[in-house]
Design a binder for this molecule. Structure first.
Ligand code: S6P
Ligand code: ZN
Length: 189
């Protein structure tokens, strides 16, 4: 059995990055099918290139019951059409597993959705401690002009289910309207 050893990693509270963590990057091409305006996404890729949308800096820990996993996420500012840069979004594979987010830098919103359809939005900025209860799917959105970063911690056996959100999306989209974030109904649902 693997026994994790005690350790400390350094979070940079300006950039949101974690020194010595495992890095995953999500670019526009990884986000196909997730934005309402897929033509705008392809247009950006063909004219500007495959833009970086977000990065995850994860502590290297076993994904097993009893451990607590943690990472930071840094979402670059930007839009696809009028929809803000966001994470893919997921439910936990074990739906009864909760999560905690703490805002580090920049501003955004945490969108949460129950499978039955109820949707909530929690504004996030530096120091916001947001709770993702069991059963709520979650996605974060950068609504500002600078990178939005946050820390997350969740149970090691939670797992990730991206399929449900990739297929039907969230019930609402966060779009820029006269430069302000507005929640609108997802036209594809
Ligand atoms: C993990 C937690 C976050 C996200 C990260 C990227 O349970 O909710 O660390 O993984 O913000 O989002 P996504 O939807 O691509 O996993
Ligand atoms: Zn999660």
């Amino acid at each position: 059995m693997f026994n994790a050893k005690p350790f400390g990693l350094q979070i940079n509270f300006n950039s949101g990055m974690i020194n010595g963590a495992k890095l995953s990057q999500r670019r526009l091409s990884d986000m196909r099918g997730l934005y309402a305006d897929s033509a705008a996404l392809e247009q950006i890729i063909s004219t500007e290139g495959d833009r970086l949308v977000y990065e995850v800096f994860a502590a290297d820990l076993p994904e097993t019951e009893g451990n607590i996993l943690y990472c930071t996420t840094v979402i670059q500012p930007g839009q696809v059409g009028n929809e803000y840069h966001m994470t893919k979004g997921h439910y936990h594979a074990r739906r009864d597993r909760a999560e905690i987010y703490v805002g580090i830098a920049g501003n955004g919103q945490l969108l949460l959705q129950l499978e039955a359809g109820t949707l909530r939005a929690v504004p996030m900025g530096p120091g916001t401690a947001a709770y993702v209860p069991p059963y709520w799917g979650h996605r974060t959105v950068n609504t500002g002009a600078v990178p939005f970063s946050f820390f997350a911690a969740w149970p090691g056996d939670a797992g990730h289910d991206y399929g449900a959100i990739a297929e039907v999306g969230f019930g609402k989209l966060l779009v820029a309207h006269d430069g302000q974030p507005v929640l609108i109904d997802n036209p594809r649902r």
